[in-house]
Design a protein around this ligand. Structure first.
Ligand code: NIG
Ligand code: FE
Length: 406
């Protein structure tokens, strides 16, 4: 189908920065290779980038052109948040205050607070409450420069609310992941009884709505055998696989992910040397969530060691009400630089092309080059590295999504 819209020319950009090459995921040296064009333009035809280049190489253009003045701005690929939990009701500000006073996240979870308190609020919100909630969270992300977001369900844990969550995520333009194994809801005696229900009653419909499945493999949630049972059933139903693993304890997430061909293991704050080696030897991406480690005052994941060992890593917010009430990928890039010791170039690749790979879309998003989707994040900065440098600053000046300024 041809697009009748006028072409969009973003002109006179101070800099344009994009991960170099065409491969995905990027690892090792290649992770830090960013191509920077000074005094640059981006020409968008409909939803697609037609050309990028230096202003001096811009030839005269025929037809209807809408021009956007890029003076004082830098352009990077639209940021991709490949791990969020945006479908929830209520909040956990009370719990946050208790944690500030010394209560631990795991203790609150074991006492029936934590995730299960959000399950209660999410069930009460229902689909009519979830739709505006996901929309609101999506608008916060957009304001911070995120043009593509994944979101998990996982706060319904009953048939109706899990499916309502996945629909609300889709309707808000998100990429839905069924986190059917997030916690054991109170109406079930144990994890096995809950999984029997989830896999027979929810999976058939969830598989029609979601692209991937995710499990919280952790002490107090699901063990490796239960995670395997859940993931194998989800794989057989056609879903891509992801795991929350090594957040508090190493419980076998990395070997399981490698064996099952999962797309990612996310968190990794507790990963040791053997896990680092195993991840590096696999095709599984390690998704690093430094805002969550910061928010819970937990150790940071061994990001530098992972990169040096040759593992593919991505960065994401983990936006959720309990462990990371943070929607800002620029803030995550700052934490990546100061806490994970990634360079701004590595951080950029980790939340663009590598995050796109985790979502199965690296051929279409995550780079600024002809043929890619016209998703652009404009930075209010003289140098693109302000993305990581401006700690907590309002660095995203605007976004172009599918060729449209938002
Ligand atoms: O990724 N770790 C499990 N799940 C989420 C947190 C969920 C919550 O606390 O509500 C996470 O950190
Ligand atoms: Fe998470």
């Amino acid at each position: 189908m041809t697009d009748a819209r006028a072409r969009l020319l973003v002109r006179d950009l101070g800099q344009l920065a994009t991960p170099a090459g065409t491969a995905a995921p990027l690892r090792g040296q290649a992770l830090g290779q960013v191509e920077v064009l000074e005094d640059a333009f981006i020409l968008c035809a409909g939803e697609t980038i037609e050309a990028v280049g230096r202003m001096r190489d811009l030839s005269s253009l025929d037809g209807d052109i809408v021009e956007l003045d890029g003076r004082g701005l830098c352009a990077v690929p639209g940021l991709v948040d490949c791990h969020t939990h945006a479908a929830f009701g209520g909040d956990r500000v009370g719990e946050f205050s208790l944690r500030a006073g010394g209560a631990s996240y795991e203790e609150l979870h074991a006492a029936g607070g934590g995730i299960l308190s959000t399950v209660q609020a999410t069930r009460a919100a229902g689909e009519d409450g979830l739709r505006p909630a996901v929309e609101l969270h999506r608008s916060w992300m957009l304001r911070e420069g995120t043009t593509t977001f994944e979101s998990k369900s996982g706060y319904g844990l009953d048939r109706e609310t899990e499916l309502a969550s996945l629909r609300a995520i889709r309707e808000a333009g998100g990429i839905p992941t069924w986190l059917g194994a997030h916690a054991v809801p109170p109406e079930f005696a144990d994890a096995d009884a809950y999984l029997a229900f989830a896999l027979s009653e929810v999976l058939p419909d969830a598989a029609q709505l979601a692209e991937a499945a995710d499990v919280f493999l952790e002490r107090g949630a699901f063990d490796a055998a239960q995670a395997r049972r859940y993931l194998e059933a989800c794989r057989d139903a056609g879903l891509a696989l992801r795991l929350h693993g090594d957040q508090f304890t190493e419980s076998g997430a990395i070997p399981l992910a490698a064996e099952l061909g999962a797309r990612s293991v996310d968190h990794l704050e507790a990963t040791g040397e053997e896990g680092i080696r195993a991840l590096a030897a696999s095709d599984v991406v390690g998704v690093l969530l430094p805002a969550s480690a910061l928010f819970l005052d937990r150790p940071m994941p061994p990001a530098r060691a992972l990169v040096e060992a040759g593992a593919a890593v991505a960065l994401a917010t983990d936006f959720n009400p309990g462990s990371a009430f943070c929607e800002s990928l620029p803030l995550v890039c700052s934490l990546a630089a100061t806490q994970l010791h990634l360079s701004p170039a590595e951080a950029l690749a980790a939340c663009t092309v590598n995050a796109a790979h985790v979502l199965g879309r690296a051929d279409r998003i995550g780079r600024l080059a002809a043929g890619y989707r016209a998703d652009v994040t404009l930075l209010d900065a003289p140098d693109w590295r302000y993305l990581a440098y401006h700690l907590g600053g309002r660095v995203a000046a605007g976004v172009v999504v599918g060729g449209e300024l938002r």
